[in-house]
Design a protein around this ligand. Structure first.
Ligand code: AMP
Ligand code: MG
Length: 424
């Protein structure tokens, strides 16, 4: 029988599962455990359709109308009855119908209506030919090649059928979906409420931008990257500031964060340094797992729950914080916000334009720069790959994703890359 493991179980007895090794956790296993212990708890709200961009649909949408809701012309041209054309290749032009003309007209056999794109197909006609394919003579048209019956007509309901499903609950709303919702006349749409995520950085050495800095201190870039990454996925970020390496203060901040947010993210203090207090504090207050991920950058990471609020403790090194956010936290938050079927960007194959140094043992996310030439992708790693070199993230337009067992790579070997577009 499959053993159901609770977070509590695993925290108290990390050795209870064979695949679970907190000292060498693969990214796949980490993702799985993160996902297993998340509980989606979503409320919905109504927003104007135009304000629903980048939100997640909170209801399945059924159309009350057909789109198009009338047969209409796909061309500027002439509408006529094909059978009457077969009898005689000349038709008399009876009238002109513009788009938006709602009058009910009937075209008799032997006649044609001049018609514009989007105009209602008049009764008595079944086929449209564009201007270019007919010869106009005085008030008549001559058609030399008989078309197929029904061509150039956009049919009632060919895009969306009345009572048909348009979009499913959990869909991420892009410009196309916003337009689609508007196309069936809906001006207010039910979406999931935005996720509220608290963030604080820790470290005595960490200083806020805008303040003077002393030798031995570092500006708090994580605050800005984390906040920006959250904003990109439309999460509301609650800024709890920089908390020094002080157990009491960190504890107090955690308690506050758990009360006011749907998830908590911190950076720093999760490795084994002298002032890395997270472990002590969270052992007492939360149910938290401490992992040594077998990825580079981003080895130390904490995951668990503080009371009922999920917690992600990311490494302090700026590149490691970003990589663990994208690879582990972003998919988790997407799941929590109700986004159905979120996937990280697909890996693409690229040819290496420069050698890459790698030792087997850890999966690596090297920062790379790709180019596309004659339909083929090539990639080069950025010069500095240290987990503190934030400029490498800025210079990169992709991540070079190297498997655990991979060794150094020669020029012209193929590697997997993950484009930043779509990720960030
Ligand atoms: P830690 O994970 O606390 O051991 O920190 C690892 C490294 O990341 C140290 O060099 C820190 O100074 C640096 N660091 C920690 N927090 C931040 C931050 N918020 N912004 C920039 N660098 C940081
Ligand atoms: Mg620290």
């Amino acid at each position: 029988m499959k053993k159901i493991i609770s977070l509590e179980n695993l925290v108290n007895d990390p050795g209870c599962l064979s695949e679970y090794d907190p000292n060498a956790m693969t990214i796949e296993v980490a993702r799985k455990y993160i996902h297993n212990f998340l509980k989606v708890n979503l409320e919905t709200e109504f927003v104007n359709t135009e304000d629903a961009l980048d939100r997640i649909l909170g209801e399945t949408i059924i159309s009350k109308i057909n789109v198009p809701n009338y047969n209409n012309s796909a061309m500027d041209g002439f509408a006529f009855n094909l059978d009457s054309l077969i009898e005689k290749n000349t038709l008399k032009v009876a009238t002109t119908i513009l788009a938006g003309d709602l009058s009910k007209q009937k075209i008799k056999p032997g006649f044609a209506a001049q018609i514009m794109t989007g105009s209602k197909i008049p009764d008595g006609t079944d086929t449209v030919l564009p201007f270019e394919l007919v010869k106009q003579e005085n008030d008549s048209i001559v058609v030399n090649e008989i078309p197929k019956k029904g061509v150039n007509i956009r049919r009632l309901g060919e895009d969306i059928k009345k009572n048909g499903e348009v979009l499913k609950k959990g869909v991420f709303l892009r410009p196309a979906e916003i337009g689609l919702i508007a196309s069936i006349g809906i001006s207010r749409v039910k979406v999931f409420k935005k996720l509220k995520v608290s963030f604080f950085s820790t470290g005595d050495e960490v200083v806020k931008a805008g303040q003077p800095i002393k030798s031995g201190q570092v500006y708090d870039s994580n605050h800005f990257t984390i906040q920006s990454m959250l904003r990109r996925i439309n999460v509301e970020c609650v800024d709890l500031g920089i908390i020094p390496d002080d157990k009491k203060l960190i504890e107090k901040t955690f308690k506050n964060a758990a009360k006011i947010s749907d998830a908590i993210i911190t950076t720093g203090g999760v490795s084994v340094g002298k002032a890395d207090y997270m472990k002590d504090i969270l052992k007492k207050l939360g149910k938290v797992l401490f992992w040594k991920l077998s990825i580079k950058p981003g080895r130390p990471m904490a995951y668990g729950a503080f009371e009922k609020t999920p917690y992600f403790g990311l490494p302090g090194n700026p590149v490691a914080a970003m990589i663990t956010f994208y690879q582990l936290v972003q998919p988790a938050l997407k799941y929590l916000m109700g986004h159905d079927g979120y996937k990280l960007p697909t890996l693409l194959k690229a040819k290496c334009a420069a050698p890459i140094t790698k030792r087997p043992g850890r999966m690596e996310f090297q920062r790379g720069f790709y180019n596309s030439r004659n339909g083929e992708l090539s990639v080069k790693p950025t010069p500095h790959q240290g987990s503190g070199i934030l400029s490498s993230m800025s210079k990169a337009n992709c991540l070079i994703v190297l498997d655990m067992d991979q060794e150094s790579i020669k020029v012209d070997d193929y590697v997997n890359i993950q484009l930043m577009e779509g990720l960030v």
